[in-house]
Design a protein around this ligand. Structure first.
Ligand SMILES: Cc1cc2nc3c(=O)[nH]c(=O)nc-3n(C[C@H](O)[C@H](O)[C@H](O)COP(=O)(O)OP(=O)(O)OC[C@H]3O[C@@H](n4cnc5c(N)ncnc54)[C@H](O)[C@@H]3O)c2cc1C
Length: 424
């Protein structure tokens, strides 16, 4: 009789709990812990500022997403002691585990950037990465009649690294639809050397920004936000003025990771084996989703692909069997590009997003804007609540990137499970 403690019941924690509920013997105990009872559908936050998502409909009770077999504890985790196999919680006795699954995601740390949460916060500067921020930004955009909008990724890694670009595309469409696009300047400011990390995709996304008249400022490492002059200032003294700033603050791992001996790196992410998803700190701790230090995207789709491997490996560990080394960094993302179109990208640790079709030769177009992809993006909400969170598999789409529909450059190695590339 074993106890599996899952820390965090967001996307990754919920789907792994539900998978384990189907897999583990009845006499094993599965516990999921989270600090509140509101499960937020984060991909919906992108549409919120443009009045295309109802905030109330993005949230559902956390308990309701978990199998009846899972014991849910609503409490804040303050520490894990990997040597004592114990989780410490607020207002709850310490919990002993045989296996722990860390699924506590990443959090945005707006206070880390000088000035960000000063006078102009929620007046002239917003983030759509939270429900409150997205709702406040919606009200500001509704009344925006012209000026300079700056969308700034302060630092990497961030959740859903394409979301800030999607915001630019949707903002362009939003102001065109209101016939005031000529009165609005949109600038995308990034610490990267291009629009995105992966070269082919970066070049395509860069062209899409250009086509829409969005200025691109690269290698800008934001040091402070000055609301006296409504200006972003980089560490090397460059300045970008704004009337309205849409900021994506830096991300770290969950707070308790910093207080748990040996568990995390300097940024609170948990060192993780890239293929088996076991932690590097203890053989009975697995890591899934945004909480890992892996060079995979921090995305719900990635958590879904990892879920298959983590749930199998928890079972292998409990049975004393060797672990599967089956995750290849597979990530999959629809990029909303405005006016009911979207583009699909599919990649892994080693293969950057390539053109072709997905998942097979006659599937959805890759790296190409289409209405079909936009419908796929909208359908993702239903898939999220009814397939991903339930821990169900999607035929042909799993922990390893499908290769058959992709157009590989001549001579490229297709080794499914190597991890040379460290881009996120
Ligand atoms: C604007 C936006 C758009 C996005 N769009 C997409 C998209 O289109 N496609 C896609 O695949 N992904 C998208 N994502 C990313 C996706 O939502 C995340 O990558 C995914 O939710 C990660 O799952 P997770 O379980 O690791 O983290 P989360 O879902 O964030 O869950 C972590 C959980 O841990 C809990 N927790 C943290 N610390 C503690 C503690 N100390 N005690 C108890 N509980 C704790 C939290 O309360 C939370 O519920 C988007 C994200 C954003 C912000």
């Amino acid at each position: 009789m074993s106890t599996v403690a899952i820390i965090g019941a967001g996307t990754a924690g919920t789907l792994v709990a539900n998978r384990l509920a189907k897999q583990l013997p009845r006499n094993d105990t599965i516990i999921a812990i989270d600090l509140d009872n509101s499960h937020l559908y984060q991909p919906g936050l992108l549409f919120l500022p443009f009045g295309k998502a109802n905030p109330a409909k993005l949230v559902r009770p956390r308990r309701g997403q978990l199998s009846q077999r899972v014991t849910y504890i609503q409490a804040l985790v303050t520490k894990i002691d990997p040597k004592e196999n114990t989780v410490y919680l607020v207002d709850h006795p310490p919990l002993h585990y045989d296996v722990a699954v860390i699924a506590s995601g990443s959090k945005i740390v707006s206070d880390e950037t000088e000035g960000m949460t000063g006078d102009g916060w929620l007046k002239d500067a917003f983030t759509f990465y939270t429900l409150e921020g997205g709702t406040a930004l919606r009200n500001r955009l509704e009344n925006f009649t012209g000026g300079r909008i700056v969308v700034n990724v302060v630092d990497m890694p961030i959740k859903c690294p394409v979301a800030p670009l999607e915001f630019c595309f949707l903002a362009d469409a939003f102001f065109r639809d209101r016939s005031i696009r000529d009165k609005v300047e949109i600038t995308y400011v990034t610490p990267l050397d291009g629009a995105f990390t992966k070269p082919v995709c970066s070049s395509i996304l860069g062209s899409m920004l250009k086509d829409r008249g969005v200025e691109l400022v690269t290698e800008f490492n934001t040091g402070s936000v000055d609301y006296q002059r409504n200006t972003l200032v980089s560490f090397d003294g460059r300045e970008v003025p704004f009337d309205l700033a849409v900021l994506i603050p830096p991300h770290t791992g969950a707070e308790y990771v910093f207080h748990s001996p040996g568990l995390g790196d300097d940024f609170g992410f948990v060192p993780t084996d890239p293929k088996s998803l076991v932690s590097k700190v203890a053989k009975n701790i697995f890591v899934i989703g945004d909480a890992t230090d892996l060079p995979a995207s921090k995305a719900g789709s990635v958590a879904h692909f990892e879920g298959e491997v983590v749930s199998h490996n928890v079972q292998h560990f409990l049975n004393g069997e060797s672990l599967e080394e089956a995750f290849d960094g597979h990530a999959n993302c629809f990029i909303e590009s405005g006016h009911s179109k979207a583009m699909l990208i599919d990649f892994n640790y080693d293969t950057e997003p390539l053109p072709g079709n997905f998942p097979l030769r006659f599937g959805t177009p890759l790296l190409k804007e289409s209405r079909l992809n936009h419908l796929g993006k909208l359908a993702f909400s239903w898939v999220y609540w009814h397939v991903l969170l339930k821990g169900r598999d999607i035929p042909l789409i799993g922990s390893q990137m499908p290769t058959s529909g992709k157009r590989f450059p001549a001579g490229e190695v297709r080794s499914p499970l190597s991890t040379q590339s460290r881009d996120r």
